[in-house]
Design a protein around this ligand. Structure first.
Ligand SMILES: [Zn+2]
Length: 267
């Protein structure tokens, strides 16, 4: 069990390292293959300087070649991905259950995509459409496969596919209206496309919990930032991070929260 946890953590740290490369190269439209290099001096990074988290500390957050500071984004994304992979592995993986292998792999892929989207959005105030559409196609395909698993071949009229479609459609309609109505002041069209993916991931009615969490946490953060005068009332916060956080909270805690809530009426 400890070995598995360690494996998930290290896998997450490595994927996090890859996400940093992916986000940067998507922006500058370079191939995602090939060795890592320093964005300042473009010197190739040796393997021993490319160990997630460890290298940043050993290098004291500076490039070995040009001594330029390495952005906080790199270790932060790695640590975050490591922690999320560890949490997914602990919650969904069971060695004897073949289905859990697929489910865990699916959530790894989905969470890596979501972290890439958040990192990109926070850096460039834009959602990377290629990552979004690949992840959406993947989530949709998995919803169908899940039905195959239940012995219902590619039938639209069953549980997860239908619930995913309903959640996506409802969330998109809501965000699309917000965006149109406010002329993209309250919400960007990027967020409306993002919630299509989130709907397929969590389904209906879980999407309501995810969106409610996103708006609540977003509002609290907004108030805190205004109180500390970091932001003005009219300045925009990127909303994708809150949507993704709400979705992850739903994956991990929806069932527990519902059990607790329903328990209140069954005393
Ligand atoms: Zn450098």
């Amino acid at each position: 069990m400890i070995i598995m946890s360690l494996f998930f953590l290290v896998l997450g740290l490595s994927i996090g390292s890859f996400i940093n490369v992916l986000v940067y190269r998507l922006r500058v439209a370079e191939s995602i293959m090939g060795r890592s290099f320093c964005p300042h001096c473009r010197n190739k990074v040796a393997w021993y300087d490319n160990i997630p988290l460890v290298s940043f500390v050993l290098l004291r957050f500076r490039c070995r070649n040009c001594k330029e500071r390495i952005s906080w984004q790199y270790p932060l994304v790695e640590a975050l991905t490591g922690i999320i992979f560890l949490a997914i592995g602990s919650k969904f993986f069971s060695f004897d259950d073949m289905y859990s292998w697929f489910l865990t792999g699916y959530y790894f892929f989905i969470s890596a995509s979501l972290i890439s989207i958040v990192a990109y959005d926070m850096l460039y105030m834009e959602i990377p459409s290629i990552v979004l559409w690949v992840a959406t196609a993947f989530a949709l395909a998995f919803n169908f496969l899940f039905d195959i698993e239940k012995g219902q071949l590619l039938s639209f009229a069953n549980g997860l596919t239908l619930s995913g479609l309903a959640a996506s459609a409802a969330a998109f309609a809501f965000f699309f209206s917000l965006s149109k109505f406010s002329k993209e002041k309250w919400m960007g069209m990027g967020d409306a496309y993002l919630v299509i993916l989130l709907g397929f991931i969590v389904g209906w009615p879980e999407i309501l919990f995810a969106l409610f969490s996103a708006f609540s946490i977003g509002a609290i953060c907004g108030i805190i930032l205004i109180l500390f005068k970091k932001k003005k009332m009219e300045s925009q916060l990127p909303f994708a991070p809150f949507l993704v956080l709400g979705t992850l909270l739903t994956l991990f805690f929806y069932q527990a929260v519902m059990d607790w809530y329903l328990g209140l009426f069954n005393l």
